[in-house]
Design a protein around this ligand. Sequence first.
Ligand SMILES: *Cc1c(COP(=O)(O)O)cnc(C)c1O
Length: 483
Amino acid sequence: MTAEEIRALQRRCAVLVPDAQTRQTMTAAATRHAEGFIETLADAPAYRASSADDIAVLDEPFSEAPTEFESLLGIIRTAVDLPGVNTTAGGHLGYVPGGGLHASSLGDLLAATSNRYAGVAFASPGGARMEERLVDWLASVVGFPDTAAGDLASGGSIANLIGIVTARDAHGLAGGALPEHPIYVSSQTHHCVDKALRIAGLATCPRRVVATDARHRMDAGALRAAVEADRRAGLRPWLVIGSSGTTDAGAIDPLADIADIAETFGLWLHVDAAYGGFFMLVESAAARMSGIERADSLVMDPHKGMFLPYGTGALLVRQADALLSSQHYDANYMREAKQGSRQVSPSDLSPELSRHFRGLRMWLPLKLAGVAAFRAALEEKLLLAQYFHQHIGEAEGFERGPSPDLSIATYRYVPKRGDADQFNLKLVEAMLADGRVFVTSTKLDGKVTLRACALCVRTHLEHIELAIDLLRFHAKRLVNGAA
Ligand SMILES: *Cc1c(COP(=O)(O)O)cnc(C)c1O
């Protein structure tokens, strides 16, 4: 080994750390690309079917040689930016839309550039403090006490998993079969909770699917009866999962009643507010979520209700000690990190150690716009769902679901002849082929039901009016075509 050999390697990998001139050219090209994308959003379809050709370019093997940035941007445009669901388009009313705040993309750029090690307070005092304060703010939004702690995770599924593991550890349940420890959910509980229970080793806990009412909310009376029956049978009920904003219908479970039952019988109350949590910023919705502040753990998704790009969910735990004792770590090689700072690190409150500094993508838009702008945007989405609900109900042939608790309206077309389920599936297909507005279907009370969820930051009244027009137009065409 000679010094010359080492220097030759340094020259060969120089492309990994470009000079100032190259960086500026590349950043300018990336910015042009991003601007080009954003500029087309006003008229962009919310869904674009893709052909195999669009994405085949991604199957090209990785080569030893470098590729020009401009040609890679071209691939990103045709293979990634265009096909499928455009989650940043105002016409995106499917599933639970997010947003794609511009300020968050700048936050990601800056976070990736400085690459602060925000999971450890010793390594990034500022990054860790920023995330801690964001968690404190979230806790204040839902009315949690000062004793709370939490974690910014990658999304709601992981945040739910950490919450359920924390509950498990707080109840000292680990290993082996747990047939005496029932868990209470509803048919509307998000499927990631089922996954989390399996991953957490809790699949052997009996699962009681508590009945829901006509508005798809958990029936608190049925919950109480189920818990009492289990206790009479000698079992030890320990966990109830409430939803604050179900994914299908946006229904809010009766959280105060559920909290009473949890308190009476010593159950851990986990509230999945991944979708609905941020509506606590709007007074009218907050009133419907009363009781949420009594949860033991709670999930809310900034990449839904704060319009962040995907990659940020949050877990809050009412008693910090429970989260800390479930998630803390000890390692010889982290000695400096452990001694250098008295501040609790995010890595002590989460399974993650090295991770994206995801606080910045949330902090920047929150500071830049101020809370009032988020409050207004969320109130707008609530009113858009009510507007949609009212007008789709007046459209000929359409039947609407219950008035929305949050920003999801449910509805279906009821044809005079033929199978209604098949008709509604065809209607969704027609909407997909059109693409300007993206709506999805689900099954509620055994019937194929369509949904429209207003939560994309760019969804405004014109998109809701377009959605209603298109639904009426395509339903009429299907009726005529079938006649
Ligand atoms: C979206 C959602 C989840 C899952 O969260 P991800 O961020 O997609 O992982 C869980 N529960 C509810 C109610 C949701 O709406």
